[in-house]
Design a protein around this ligand. Sequence first.
Ligand code: BES
Ligand code: ZN
Ligand code: ZN
Length: 496
Amino acid sequence: MQISLESKPYAALETEALVSYVFEEADPVQGRISELDQTANGLLRSLAKSGELTGKTLEMTLIHAPAGLKAARLLLVGAGKREQFTSATLRKLAGAALRYLKARSIKQLAFLVRESNATEESAQAIAEGVLTANFETDKYKTEKKNDKSIDTVLLTGYSDAERAAAEKGLTRGRVIAESQNFARDLINEPSNKLTPKILAEKAEAMAKQAGLAVEILDEKKITELKMGALLSVSQGGPEPPRVMVITYTPANPKPGAPVIGLIGKAVTFDTGGISIKPADGMEKMKYDMAGGATMLGVMRALAALKPNVKVICVVPSTENMPGGTAQKPGDIQTAMSGKTIEVLNTDAEGRLILADGLHYAKQLGATHLIDAATLTGAIVVALANVNVGVFGSDQPFTDKLLASSKAAGEKMWQMPIDDEYREFIKGTVADIQNIGSGKGGGAITGAMFIKEFAGDSPWIHLDIAGTAWNDDAKSWLAKGPTGVALRTLVHLVMSY
Ligand code: BES
Ligand code: ZN
Ligand code: ZN
């Protein structure tokens, strides 16, 4: 899909659909909408009077052959209350407009920004909204609905003075959304098409193309490094594990500056291992690599956006299979850090592979660690599919992330990690055990386990089990992989 800035006056645009948005207020026909109303001989005001145009969130009002416009259609999207309007609203409504028009076989649209938000930020939000909305999961359908895809989006309503800023926002939004879609595409792949080996090949290709340093550790190297926790998971099946290491180094690194470590769980399929999962819904466990895919997408975006801080991305990847060689409940494993782990449940495998991932990232020089993982069903119980669960050992660092999540329009909620929870994972026969001792707080015990391997480094854990996959399509996003946390993490790194 092409997206570009258009300088022609919007009334002169020969587009299939001109899209704008209306606030829910006493008189929704104001500013640019009032201009449109005048060219359309008062049609919009009469629609407002009859209650067909209210500005209620994501209300769609489609007008064919609007008078005074070269556009074939005018689509007005409800933006909700003006006081509550943010760039997150704009991102969503731009996406919803695109999907609404796409469903009507329209191929091209022009998005008219309102007079009060012709900014860099809005251009970025609109670009992100339409590009992520255009993503579909029909890759493996042999009869694609080719007639249903938007080819071109024009961004209009920016004055000459505002154009340079809009262009910047548009470029940034494009990079971020395309990286998010890159991650979503990986997450959507089934496990027979995306093994750890294939994921590593794709990561390597992406890194090389983006100009990032990349190293892929194979099973031999992983064994040499004594990544016993990762190996204990991969021993259950024939597919060898991989660890992807991708590094971004800024042009002028500041001595003593933080080095961000991004670690992502990439279990390409989680059967649960010997502690096997129920059959019902198990197919969804192909998305158990969403944390890893998201981190790869973050690196793809950073390569283009060039932050001033060094970033090391470590993605351990494996299947979790219940083969004859699989680890069994009660087995004791030694992680790369030297800590011993009692594996009481082989389905709590994400924390095992992250243990070695975090330790390795530290060894490579990362000073600030962030991991993302579809770690627990318990986070789905706690926060459903609405908020990402955030766990942090260093409040200023965590606050920075939470601020970025607000700016990026991704909902995140901080969870507790009090010392009391440490007791839950104290080992009986080894240093620690990989599940809590039956006292609830499953998402927290998962986080506490990972924390053991972060040591004293400031660390954040994002549990995306509930948010990485949309079970139902939203009006602005297809059903399936969301790529959640990518925008927040890009924003966070860019803020250094
Ligand atoms: N991959 C799962 C977590 C998950 C659950 C992801 C639902 C997406 C949706 C993880 O490896 C797992 O199985 N966790 C167990 C941990 C338990 C055994 C302590 C869980 O949450 O049940
Ligand atoms: Zn599991
Ligand atoms: Zn898992």
